[in-house]
Design a protein around this ligand. Structure first.
Ligand code: SF4
Length: 302
């Protein structure tokens, strides 16, 4: 697979407390990408053998004519991954049409009840809407592959297992859960002190999470956690070991102050991370670990 991460929208109908795109959405919402721009880039990359695209942040399903874009993208040969907060799937007709084209769908779910949903997403009604969203996805499932992305931060990391159980017990046909540690980027970088939590505390919950997911046939991955936090024999649960190189296309302001599109190549998943002394003798230092977030060391021992 040759992978593209394509940030096609700079608006969102949620206001997640950890959002890494918040600054960019404020900066670029008045300079949205046009359908012709997105299509042109997809065609150009298809000629260069790209065949997997992740439509992502802000909320990609808000892109004008999103269903037409999906149909076009599929027609020119891409495998399509959509990373979404799920709100558009409250519509039956949207769900039915979108799931014809989407190969992999990732729903962001960082909560397990009304209170935690509002606290994480800032959306008062999303918890109630989720019942309809999950049911529509189950009804119009075309044997797509279903992920759930659970971003953990100081206010919800202790509820990680509750969140996974909530997702499993809903109608959403989840096959894989990605537990994503908060990354110090953009707004989350400024707020990192309030969002970061003790990895040593979270480590204690990992065996129960592994047991529950394996008993329920859910594939489990962790993003942004050093392998030594995952415990011995759990190395394969590190998403770092499954990372595939990719190009990210997103809005950017260049040195002259012009708003352009930037293409960033990521050969691995090590951005914003660092080795520490104990890594020097660690068997996982080159694979699968891509270490600890540098900024974490400002607040916690590691
Ligand atoms: S390389 Fe460092 S951060 Fe990674 S598992 Fe080893 S000791 Fe932990």
């Amino acid at each position: 697979m040759k992978r593209l991460e394509f940030h096609i929208t700079y608006s969102c109908n949620h206001a997640c407390i950890f959002c890494s795109e918040d600054d960019r959405m404020m900066e670029y919402s008045k300079n949205p990408l046009t359908e012709i721009q997105v299509r042109s880039i997809l065609v150009d990359r298809a000629k260069k053998w790209y065949n997997h695209v992740n439509f992502t942040w802000g909320e990609p399903t808000l892109f004008p004519n999103f269903l037409k874009l999906l149909s076009f993208t599929k027609k020119i040969g891409y495998k399509i991954y959509v990373w979404t907060n799920g709100t558009s799937f409250v519509s039956k007709s949207f769900s039915k049409e979108a799931l014809k084209y989407i190969d992999e769908l990732s729903l962001s779910i960082h909560w397990f009840n009304q209170i935690s949903c509002k606290a994480q997403t800032g959306h008062k009604k999303h918890f109630d809407l989720f019942k309809i969203i999950a049911k529509n996805i189950k009804t119009y499932n075309q044997k797509n592959f279903f992920f759930s992305n659970v971003v953990i931060n100081k206010s919800n990391y202790m509820d990680t297992l509750k969140i996974i159980k909530f997702v499993k017990e809903s109608d959403y046909p989840v096959a894989q859960v990605l537990i994503s540690n908060i990354a110090p980027e953009w707004l989350a970088d400024h707020n990192f002190k309030d969002l970061a939590f003790s990895l040593d505390d979270f480590k204690l919950d990992i065996p129960d999470i592994v047991t529950y997911t394996s008993q329920n046939n859910i594939i489990l991955r962790f993003f942004g956690l050093p392998t030594c936090i995952l415990w011995r024999d759990y190395e394969d649960y590190s998403n770092d070991g499954h990372w595939q190189e990719r190009h990210t296309i997103e809005r950017y302001t260049n040195d002259r102050g012009n708003i352009v599109l930037k293409d960033t190549y990521s050969p691995d998943n090590s951005r914003k991370r660092t080795f520490v002394r104990k890594c020097q003798t660690c068997e996982w230092r080159l694979n699968p670990c891509t270490w600890v977030f540098k900024k974490y060391l400002d607040f916690y021992e590691f």
